[in-house]
Design a protein around this ligand. Structure first.
Ligand SMILES: [Zn+2]
Length: 49
């Protein structure tokens, strides 16, 4: 039923464009007490607001 944990594979998804850490490096950050994920592609947009 649950073959979810074959491997502990760290995979994150960008909150902005939906890409995964398979495809692009994903940065984890905390904003307003919530953990967020952002890929390097969306990071500049995040910085420049
Ligand atoms: Zn992204």
């Amino acid at each position: 039923m649950s073959d979810k944990n074959k491997q502990e594979n760290l995979e994150y998804e960008c909150d902005h464009c939906g890409t995964t850490s398979e495809l692009k490096p994903i940065i984890t950050y905390v904003h307003q007490g919530e953990e967020k994920h952002c890929c390097v592609h969306c990071l500049p947009a995040l910085i420049h607001g």
